[in-house]
Design a protein around this ligand. Structure first.
Ligand SMILES: [Zn+2]
Length: 472
């Protein structure tokens, strides 16, 4: 039954911008403050209060557009979207309809498929309703009201839950890498609405779509799409009709239910906000913002795979957090061995990252490369190089100084290694006999003993060479 249908999905993704203050007033844009403390007459909508546009919010919206390959409009206009609901005390939201800041653009999936964007516009977030028990009722926190929000509206190009999640990931990574938004879904910093319809396979006639709201993790987006796809198919198969409506996803129950019939743009009676002038966006500003953008994940992936010849597995790990990728890129400027560097980062650095805290690399890129240079010059054994990394992470400071402080430098003379080996051979007559029968296995034993006696400073190849001399 499922395979007789195509599913057609468009996503509306909201992300809160990384500004210090709100979009139309100077209240702090800060998550987690005491309720109703980041508020003023403008953002709680008292009559007569006038909005003043935050330039930084416009700049970040332009940057978002540049990341997704959008065209930036020369003139942008703010409009009032009228609706009556207590999360917006003005009874309208300042948003954009006819002339948003960014037009077009899109995101390419790994398969090569391109998901088109219709637009990216800037608007104000609404307050947050907190539903308590029956005796208290519903409370409202206006701290979030007026926080700058971009809405990224895709064309209906997505055809599965997997594509939706990949698209969301790529959208989020671009915003995070470019410092536009933090996209913390668990704090509501990124939210997603799903528009979905089904149609008979290959048919050109689109089905009626529903909109699902309240999706606050990639997992709930995935589950909600799968649930809604099957709900619509089963309804159509049973001779029913899909109604155009807004549905609310319940993540605990794993199902969605109808909230209201879906509004169309006309229902909101949009009109240009008379309190705000239209915004002229100069080309010079767009060029300046473009120059500020860092290398985006797609571009880094291409360089890692093609220029550095790193395996896909390594690339995925290096790109999984901007901090890792920045660390790797910086380290490469001191130590130009991409694969060696990637190996040490993946095995000896990331194991010290505490996942329960905010992601942070545990040491400086330059210090890691100092360790690797000492190791390459055989001034450190491998064991001591690993131990030095651990000490750098625990204590910070300078790699060379720490290596001296803990006596890790390989400053032992050949004579001292030879002396240590002679004593070990004397003390282990049985191993000495066994060596004649099984030299490979027993040489490992001797090398280990010498390493221990010299506190990891002896060169294992040198020890093997000496073993040959004494036991053969
Ligand atoms: Zn305010």
């Amino acid at each position: 039954m499922r395979e007789d249908y195509d599913v057609v999905i468009g996503l509306e993704v909201h992300a809160e911008l990384n500004t210090n203050t709100k979009v139309f007033c100077s209240c702090p844009n800060h998550f987690g403050s005491d309720t109703n403390t980041n508020c003023c007459p403008v953002c709680i909508g008292l009559p007569g209060a006038l909005p003043i546009l935050n330039k930084r919010a416009v700049e970040l919206t332009i940057k978002a557009g540049l990341c997704m390959g959008c065209r930036i409009n020369d003139i942008a206009v703010f409009e009032r979207k009228n609706y009556f609901y207590p999360d917006l005390s003005k009874a309208y939201q300042i948003s954009q309809l006819e002339r948003p800041i960014c037009i077009g653009g899109g995101v390419q999936l790994d398969s090569g498929k391109f998901i088109r964007l219709n637009r990216i516009h800037l608007e104000e977030d609404a307050g947050k309703l907190i539903h308590k028990n029956a005796s208290i009722g519903t409370l409202i926190d206006y701290n979030r009201g007026g926080v700058p929000l971009i809405e990224m509206v895709s064309e209906p190009d997505i055809t599965s839950a997997d594509e939706a999640v990949e698209y969301l990931n790529k959208l989020r990574n671009n915003l995070v890498y470019a410092g536009i938004a933090e996209c913390k879904m668990e704090q509501g910093g990124m939210r997603c609405d799903v528009n979905l319809s089904v149609k008979k396979k290959g048919s050109n006639e689109l089905g009626t779509r529903t909109e699902m709201k309240n999706l606050n993790s990639f997992r709930s987006v995935q589950r909600a799409i799968e649930y809604e796809t099957m709900r619509q198919i089963e309804l159509v198969e049973a001779g029913g009709v899909v109604r155009q409506e807004t549905r609310k996803w319940d993540d605990e129950k794993g199902e969605s239910f109808s909230m209201r019939s879906k509004e169309s743009a006309n229902d909101y009676r949009y009109f240009p906000d008379p309190d705000l002038l239209s915004v002229k966006i100069e080309r010079d500003l767009v060029e300046k913002l473009k120059a500020e953008l860092p290398k985006l994940p797609m571009e880094r992936r291409k360089i890692y795979l093609e220029e550095y010849s790193l395996p896909e597995y390594d690339v995925d790990i290096l790109l999984s957090q901007k901090e890792i990728s920045d660390f790797f890129d910086e380290a490469l400027t001191y130590y130009n061995e991409p694969k060696t560097l990637a190996n040490w980062i993946m095995t000896e650095v990331l194991k010290y990252v505490k996942t329960e805290e905010e992601f942070k690399m545990p040491l400086k890129a330059k210090e890691l490369t100092e360790v690797l240079k000492m190791y390459d010059q055989k001034a450190l054994s491998q064991a001591n190089a690993k131990s030095l990394i651990e000490k750098l992470i625990n204590e910070g400071g300078d790699a060379k100084e720490l290596a001296k402080k803990y006596n890790l430098i390989n400053d032992i003379s050949d004579d001292a290694v030879e002396e240590a080996l002679k004593q070990i051979i004397e003390a282990n007559p049985k191993a000495r006999e066994d060596y004649k029968v099984n030299p490979d296995k027993i040489s490992t034993f001797f090398v280990g003993q010498v390493m221990r006696a010299t506190k990891g400073k002896a060169n294992p190849d040198k020890v093997k060479e000496l073993l040959n001399k004494y036991l053969n």
